[in-house]
Design a protein around this ligand. Structure first.
Ligand code: BDR
Ligand code: CA
Length: 324
């Protein structure tokens, strides 16, 4: 089984990705680390707790809270997409007796210091740990800055982020995870660690249909079915209202899918750089993805450019409803 550290900013699609990773038979989640992103890192850690609780009190060996702000830019978040609590408002839901619907389970092993947890695990299992990053890259960049040699023991990084031949989703130019901490992204791309990028170019090929998903949640029932239905509503509404879509894109789950089933994807090697300066194109990921390119700098990443959408969705829906 592939050992992974899941670095996340939960987040509605992060919640789906966390469940997918924990239910994927080929992945062994050694730790989950949180980072400032969709909402503040304290909310992200609380949300993680709530997700594990809703899945049926699933336990993870290590849960660590990470960085609360980007390296150099001011904080941006995405609560307009994910709800003010980051989880579609589920923390405010009450039952008929006025009790909270979703009580977060205690996480006895929560540590602060995601950066040290990452360094400790990649050193304990040299060449065996993949970092699956589905939020801004602040924790990972800090680990690289702190101990570049230690981080070379990482087997690889699979990250959801970037927009190459498509528009961004936070500005016309940039995707959220890279925009939120462009300096961190550039440090990670320069790290020499083998990197696979899962950008909007592929995640925009995978839409979770709102009506079909709601039907499946109702059919599944129980606490997990209700949680999935409750936490996705705000996100579905946002995409219907602002983008005219009957669903939302499965950004973070697609990155999990790459690790479990790389054969579903087409990739090209490329030298990727990030626009770190403020302005119209801040956070843009820039690379030459042409297959017939014959010169240029050595690639620093594999970029996913295509996906078998129906195979991915079959895997996603099978796994996501595997919890009780
Ligand atoms: C990314 O931004 C966040 O809002 C999502 O959780 C995902 O990681 C998509 O651009
Ligand atoms: Ca995310």
């Amino acid at each position: 089984m592939q050992r992974i550290i899941l670095d996340t900013d939960p987040g509605v699609d992060d919640a789906l990705a966390i469940a997918l990773a924990l239910n994927s038979s080929g992945l062994k989640v050694e730790a989950i680390t949180t980072v400032n992103g969709n909402v503040g890192v304290d909310y992200c850690t609380r949300n993680l707790s709530l997700i594990l609780s809703a899945m049926g009190n699933v336990s993870v060996p290590i849960v660590a809270e990470g960085e609360s702000q980007p390296l150099s830019v001011s904080i941006v978040n995405a609560s307009h997409v994910h709800g003010s609590d980051g989880l579609g408002g589920v923390t405010q839901l009450r039952d008929a007796n006025g009790n909270q619907c979703y009580l977060d389970m205690l996480l006895p092993s929560v540590t602060t210091g995601a950066v040290d947890v990452v360094l400790e695990l990649v050193t304990r299992y040299p060449g065996q740990v993949v970092l699956l990053c589905i939020g801004p890259l602040t924790n990972i960049a800090k680990a690289v800055l702190k101990c570049p040699i230690g981080m070379k023991k990482t087997k690889g990084i699979v990250l959801m982020g970037g927009a190459f031949e498509v528009y961004g989703n936070v500005t016309l130019s940039a995707e959220f995870n890279v925009y939120a901490d462009p300096h961190a992204a550039q440090i990670v791309f320069d790290s020499g660690i083998p990197i696979t990028i899962v950008p909007l170019d592929v995640t925009h090929q995978v839409l979770l249909n709102a009506r079909e998903f709601e039907k499946l949640c109702v059919r599944h029932g129980g606490q997990w079915g209700k949680f999935l239905s409750d936490c996705t509503k705000v996100c579905f509404e946002f995409h219907r209202y602002h983008e005219g879509l009957d669903g939302f894109y499965l950004h973070d789950p697609v990155a999990v899918g790459y690790l479990e089933y790389p054969g579903f994807f087409d990739t090209v090697p490329a030298y990727v750089q990030v626009e770190i300066n403020d302005g119209l194109t801040r956070g843009r990921t820039v690379a030459d993805l042409r297959a017939d390119r014959i010169d240029g700098p050595e690639p620093n990443a594999q970029v996913c450019v295509g996906i078998n959408t129906s195979q991915f969705l079959d895997y996603f829906l099978d796994c996501i409803f595997a919890s009780a």
